[in-house]
Write a protein that binds this ligand. Structure first.
Ligand SMILES: Cc1cc2nc3c(=O)[nH]c(=O)nc-3n(C[C@H](O)[C@H](O)[C@H](O)COP(=O)(O)OP(=O)(O)OC[C@H]3O[C@@H](n4cnc5c(N)ncnc54)[C@H](O)[C@@H]3O)c2cc1C
Length: 560
């Protein structure tokens, strides 16, 4: 596979996107503007400008000659060549992650070398060049992924949860990888023997061509790939955001774009719950819907473009709240200091404990019953799991448009867990069948859920051709790591602003004459936004709204 850009025109990109967007040629006026941000230098044919695996700290704009991008694994395979007016670089330059290819002079050339900081300044101040550069960087990363230019090999089985986790981690962090399916590929045994890999070590990740990680944690993969190498953990920042779901990402975009020094800490990948949503249709401005991953990827590029940093694969383990500046402990050795903190760690929906659940999430298993989901199952039979008010509301709502709603509850009835008015509606509705002391024990299907098996406490099992299951068994807030630093409600969600009673503020030793701001917790300068916040509306748009609003008060607190 060789992609050669002008002087020889590039072969068509696999994603079908127009080549001039991926490999644009800058006009003389644009070149003159970019030149003021870099330094001109001459390079000789064969000179290596960047080695694969080095942190991407600069780009090269070609003034004259030719610069080649070389795939490191194959023998000097030219992935793409850049002629006069073209530039190197892809999304890793925004994050300072390691590059995937060598960059080498294909001829005696003149280049303008632009460092990362100067590039970020240029992107923030020159709207026209910002469009051209950002679009090219993002599309090039998509191309790398589509063409399998990667420094990671995952050896695993498609039926293995660990393999799925690692693939999800790499995919959702936009890192290309190659999969060797142990169930199918006959050459695998050689590989396994070469690295002395035992069956218990599966899945295995071969990282950057050499390091072999056996069933690694996300953090080990992030460290091996150098996702966080460019981040200074000791630097005291204006704002540290814990959690890079939609709420955290929105706070990062607004904070960084308004001049704050921002770091996000994220245990898995940007996007949070939204990353699990195949299509969000109620988000303003996207009438045909947008996938959660797409939304998160755009927001991440936007945040990093404004200079926000993102640390991936590290859990916040504890908030040091006894003294200022606050600090977030990541592991036994690392503490990230912060003048202000936004907690955006969201919530995790309670999930059915079924081995193949993930296969059907978004393909028959849902965690919300809105108009959108109702449309997907109109006229069919559905199952609603749960005995609380959210399950009751879902059952009544879905009964309007579906053939039948089977409500499955573990308890003897609904009286202990649901409001009386909902119980009455459920009892009165001919389309709702209540199955007490019953739980789901099996999900079956290929690409979409096709059958559901449930069992009552007498051991009677039945299997029904039902394609839609709504699990409404509540969400658990990700607040365990806060260990008493901020006031929580009875269900563990964080209380903020006017929801904090005088008694709660007194118990928390609130030290200021003013009351907490709208999204401020019982700890001054620490905010909570999105699903983790008590009383929040658990939706994408409201998470984004809260993340954005919090920035206004962060500014006020920083000036106090
Ligand atoms: C399957 C599904 C479909 C949905 N569909 C829709 C829809 O169509 N429309 C709609 O409006 N809403 C939808 N929602 C709800 C919506 O996605 C959420 O309300 C919203 O994304 C919440 O964003 P958040 O940033 O507050 O929290 P989250 O998305 O939960 O993000 C929290 C982030 O914090 C990270 N984190 C947690 N703990 C730590 C820690 N200790 N250290 C570091 N990081 C941590 C997590 O990894 C996560 O990335 C859906 C939810 C799900 C699950």
């Amino acid at each position: 596979m060789t992609l050669v850009a002008p002087p020889t025109p590039p072969s068509p990109p696999s994603s079908g996107v127009r080549a001039e967007h991926i490999y644009p040629t800058l006009t003389p006026a644009q070149l003159a503007r970019i030149a003021t941000h870099g330094r001109r230098r001459r390079v000789e044919q064969g000179e290596v400008l960047v080695q694969a695996g080095e942190p991407t700290t600069r780009i090269f704009v070609v003034g004259a000659g030719r610069i080649d991008v070389i795939r490191p694994s194959a023998a000097d395979e030219v992935v793409v060549s850049f002629g006069p007016g073209m530039f190197t670089g892809e999304a890793s330059v925004l994050t300072g992650r390691h590059g995937l290819a060598h960059i080498r002079a294909g001829a005696d050339s003149e280049v303008i070398e632009v460092g990362r900081d100067a590039l970020l300044t240029l992107i923030q101040n020159d709207a026209e060049l910002s469009d051209i550069l950002m679009r090219a960087f993002i599309l090039r990363r998509v191309e790398l992924i589509a063409r399998g230019v990667s420094d990671v090999v995952v050896l695993g089985s498609t039926h293995c949860q660990g393999t799925l986790r690692i693939r999800e981690f790499l995919t959702r962090n936009g890192h290309p990888y190659t999969v060797v399916d142990l169930d199918r590929d006959p050459s695998v045994q050689d590989l396994l023997d070469r690295f002395q890999i035992q069956p218990a070590d599966i899945p295995v990740v071969i990282c950057r061509g050499a390091l072999v990680l056996r069933n690694p944690k996300n953090q080990e993969i992030a460290d091996c790939l150098g996702f966080n190498d460019a981040i200074d953990r000791t630097h005291l920042r204006d704002l540290v955001i814990v959690g890079a779901g939609l709420a955290g990402l929105a706070a990062a975009v607004y904070g960084a774009s308004e001049g704050l020094d921002v770091l996000m800490l994220e245990s898995t990948a940007p996007g949070g719950q939204a990353g699990a949503s195949s299509r969000i249709e109620n988000y303003l401005g996207f009438p045909t819907g947008i996938s959660g991953q797409d939304l998160a990827a755009r927001a991440t590029s936007q945040a990093t473009k404004f200079g926000a940093e993102l640390m991936i694969g590290h859990d916040a383990k504890r908030l040091t709240c006894e003294r200022k500046p606050y600090a977030i402990e990541l592991d036994g050795t690392s503490r990230v200091p912060a003048r202000t903190v936004i907690i955006a760690t969201g919530a995790e929906y309670r999930r059915l404990s079924l081995a193949n659940l993930a296969q059907f999430e978004g393909a028959g298993v849902y965690y919300a019953a809105t108009f959108m989901e109702a449309q997907l199952c109109g006229g069919e039979e559905v199952v609603v799991v749960g005995g609380g008010n959210s399950a009751g509301q879902a059952a009544v709502f879905l009964a309007q448009t579906t053939k039948r709603v089977h409500m499955l509850v573990r308890g003897d009835g609904l009286a202990d867990t649901m409001s009386r008015y909902l119980i009455r509606r459920i009892e009165d509705h001919p389309g709702i069948v209540l199955h007490t002391r019953t739980e789901i024990v099996g999900l079956e299907g290929e690409r979409h859920l096709e059958r559901v098996r449930w069992r009552d406490n007498a051991g009677r099992e039945e299997t029904n051709d039902i394609r839609h299951v709504f699990t409404m068994t509540g969400a658990l807030p990700s607040t365990g790591w806060l260990q008493g630093c901020v006031a929580l409600d009875a269900r563990g969600f964080i209380k903020t602003g006017p929801d904090l009673s005088p008694e709660e503020l007194a118990a928390a030793h609130w030290p200021l004459a003013r009351p907490p701001h709208l999204l401020e917790t019982s700890l001054p300068g620490v905010f909570a936004v999105g699903d983790v916040r008590s009383g929040s509306f658990k939706r994408a748009a409201s998470a984004v709204g809260e993340g954005s609003i919090a920035i206004a008060t962060v500014h006020q607190v920083l000036h106090e």
